[in-house]
Design a protein around this ligand. Structure first.
Ligand SMILES: [Ca+2]
Length: 393
């Protein structure tokens, strides 16, 4: 029965975590340059004998004669790791009684799995769970028979972060880590201090169930001169995707920005999610990385992951707005329960008589207009608007 459990667990893990989100996967070993053979001999098995049905080859490793022979992967840098839980696994095939193990060399110490003695001549899986600090790590797979002759095959090596499903309301104080930036947390506010390059908050501890959740809402106050907010993620097609929108620079209040993530690559369990601060390029044709001299901050206060849009600013057309006095001789006051970003005034023929004016105070001077009836068009920052009629006396 044990074999059945192993088998089903493997299928589950493969489907559940997907493939591309892992830090290391080796189903073929064609990237053999990433692996170094230590204290023994080894090479890609040819002709192929693969754990996977596609016969995508495996790695044949002979035991060292007096010391543990192994293959060591090139170091996984600290920039790819964050303190937390990780797992590593491999498939092994060899004569009954073959002995192998996993090791992760980290901060001067070896984190070993228990030795695995094969119980059959078929492929068997070995998994190893461990914790890492934010420091580089070197994954290794050992043939630990130490007899100088025993040969095993290794395939489908996986090294990955152990993640759990993101909560609908994610606390910025946990799970989010600064990259190209430093961060400080005070109460519910997570302040990102921007460095040059691509300052961002990276989500290491969670994945998002993209089949259920299609909207990500971010509350922030942008204290910087940068005007872009970008969500990047590893799409289900294996490619990194970007979703970017404009944010208000040098803001004085918290604003809500919602990202509609609906697209063909936002399915399954999505990992490697980043929230990146961007700026416009010099030609104003696209987004660029922030300046070396930036050194500014963005205060994040909430992130909400949901199935449907929760933005109320889309209801600007229904906002309660009144203008007075009406008729008016000079100063027209505007009272609204939602922020009015700009206004313009048209005559009854639809001709613009006062072109678009950014609202810095809720008062518009119409003293220069001829007597008559006019329309005032009030707009929010997303371009939604509603129109009111007034009389100039
Ligand atoms: Ca293979």
């Amino acid at each position: 029965m044990k074999h059945f459990y192993t088998f089903f667990l493997t299928l589950f893990l493969t489907a559940y975590f997907g493939h591309a989100q892992n830090l290391i996967t080796n189903s073929t070993f064609t990237d053999a340059t990433d692996w170094t053979v230590v204290n023994t001999t080894g090479s890609i098995k040819s002709p192929a004998d693969s754990h996977t049905a596609d016969l995508s080859s495996s790695f044949e490793l002979t035991a060292g004669s007096t010391y543990n022979g192994h293959i060591a992967h090139s170091q996984v840098g600290a920039s790819k790791l964050e303190a937390g839980n990780y797992m590593m696994s491999y498939w092994v095939k060899g004569p009954v009684g073959s002995r192998s193990k996993l090791q992760v060399y980290h901060q001067g110490s070896a984190i070993n799995s228990s030795p695995h003695d094969t119980s059959s001549t078929d492929w068997e899986q070995v998994t190893h769970s461990f914790m890492l600090a934010k420091a580089s790590a070197t994954p290794k797979v050992f043939n630990s028979q130490n007899d100088g002759t025993s040969v095993i095959l290794i395939d489908d090596v996986v090294f990955k972060r152990v993640t759990t499903e993101a909560l609908a309301s994610l606390d910025f104080a946990t799970g989010w880590y600064p990259v190209n930036a430093t961060a400080s947390v005070s109460g519910t506010t997570h302040t990102l201090n921007l460095n040059a390059g691509t300052p961002k908050l990276k989500l290491y501890d969670y994945y998002v169930d993209a089949d259920t959740n299609k909207f990500i809402k971010i509350d922030l106050k942008n204290n910087s001169t940068n005007t872009g907010l970008q969500i990047s993620y590893l799409g289900s097609d294996g490619n990194t995707k970007y979703n970017t929108q404009t944010i208000t620079a040098s803001d004085t209040s918290v604003k809500t920005y919602e990202f509609n993530m609906t697209n063909a690559a936002w399915t399954g369990n999505i990992e490697d999610i980043n929230i990146i601060i961007k700026k416009r390029n010099a030609a104003d044709t696209g987004w660029a990385i922030v300046d070396a001299t930036s050194g500014e901050t963005v205060d994040f206060s909430a992130i909400t992951i949901s199935a449907a849009s929760t933005l109320t600013t889309q209801d600007f057309e229904k906002a309660s707005i009144s203008i007075y006095p009406n008729p008016v001789s000079s100063e027209l006051s505007i009272v609204s329960d939602m922020k009015v970003e700009s206004v313009k005034v048209l005559d009854l023929m639809g001709r613009t008589v006062l072109s678009k004016i950014q609202m810095v105070a809720p008062v518009l001077n119409v003293g220069g207009l001829q007597k008559g009836v006019y329309m005032i068009e009030l707009s929010n920052e997303n371009g939604k608007s509603q129109t009111k009629k007034f009389i100039k006396k």
